[in-house]
Design a protein around this ligand. Structure first.
Ligand SMILES: Nc1ncnc2c1ncn2[C@@H]1O[C@H](COP(=O)(O)OP(=O)(O)O)[C@@H](O)[C@H]1O
Ligand SMILES: CC(=O)N[C@@H](CCC(=O)OP(=O)(O)O)C(=O)O
Length: 284
């Protein structure tokens, strides 16, 4: 018997109970800009998402695009800086952020999912009142914190067997456009949907300790200390803070994992060992 086939059969028999367990579950997946670097990574992600939909899960995709925004700002000779993982966003920067996220990155991802046979629909937090924002901090300019999330459009898309693909932009109460950190947007959407899982796909295997080992399970109560002592820094701060906000809003579990690894989402959802760092209340 072909050993590849045996391996596939073994994987499938392990996966089936998980597929049944997650049938009808809402899985919010945030794909970071670093994790969608190559065309092959994008194709592999798209295939996973289409398979999830085919076995009865409801995936909702929220994407980032920080590196792509950086490239365009550099071409236009616009300087940019980050404070605690968030881009300081003036009006000129906001225009570029919107152009890149909604115009380029969102369309690319929608096309990749459609190419794999999925019915992806692209939108941003500005569509159908999905995300209304307040300004996060005047010093950051047009950076928004989601204040009200109306997930009706996402439920409608699920009923139509479509896969929503969301750019992290929000609407202000005075007609402004806000730039939302992709993790923050994904957390707010996952919270509003009371998602079964929020997967934050990035370019590292998970949250690492001071020695560089991945923490496979983290109790929410530990995260504050890991940030204070500098173990969690930079872009990992908004991710872990998002995890806490999402859990408080009723999301069942959050996983931070390497989106560049082949079949990252499927391994996390459909195998015993999972992937990355699982953040949830310890089981008593
Ligand atoms: N404790 C930690 N464990 C893992 N990564 C960390 C940690 N602290 C900081 N980081 C940094 O956070 C980065 C992920 O955040 P970010 O670059 O914003 O990702 P993305 O673009 O995928 O949203 C990692 O590449 C790593 O450099
Ligand atoms: C406020 C803020 O920082 N917004 C982000 C939005 C994109 C993003 O989050 O992209 P990644 O997930 O690839 O990092 C930005 O301007 O870069």
């Amino acid at each position: 018997m072909n050993s590849d086939w045996v391996a596939t059969a073994a994987t499938l028999s392990q996966a089936l109970p998980y597929m049944q367990r997650y049938a009808g579950a809402t899985i919010v997946i945030k794909l970071g800009g670093h994790a969608m670097g190559s065309d092959e990574a994008m194709r592999s992600f798209a295939r996973d998402v289409v398979l999830m939909r085919q076995v009865g899960l409801n995936p909702v995709i929220v994407h980032g695009g920080g590196p792509m925004i950086n490239d365009m700002l550099a071409k236009l000779d616009i300087q940019s800086e980050f404070v605690n993982g968030k881009r300081v966003t003036d009006q000129a920067t906001m225009d570029v952020v919107e152009m890149v996220l909604s115009g380029t990155v969102n369309n690319r991802l929608v096309q990749a999912i459609c190419d794999e046979g999925g019915k992806a629909v692209g939108l941003s937090g500005k569509d159908a009142n999905l995300i209304i924002c307040d300004q996060t901090d005047a010093a950051l300019g047009f950076v928004g914190t989601p204040a009200e999330v109306d997930p009706t459009i996402l439920k409608d898309l699920h009923s139509a067997h479509a896969i929503p693909v969301i750019a992290p932009l929000g609407m202000g109460r005075k007609g402004e456009t806000f730039n939302i950190n992709g993790d923050t947007a994904a957390g707010a959407i996952a919270g509003a949907l009371k998602a079964d899982r929020l997967l934050l796909l990035t370019d590292v295997a998970g949250v690492k300790d001071k020695d560089g080992n991945v923490l496979t399970e983290i109790a929410p109560a530990r995260i504050g200390d890991l940030i204070t002592d500098g173990t969690i820094a930079g872009g990992m701060i908004p991710k872990t803070e998002t995890a806490l906000t999402a859990l408080n809003a009723g999301v069942r579990a959050v996983v931070i994992l390497d989106g560049r690894a082949p079949n990252a989402c499927l391994l996390e959802l459909f195998t015993d060992h999972g992937a990355g760092s699982l953040i949830r209340e310890p089981r008593g």
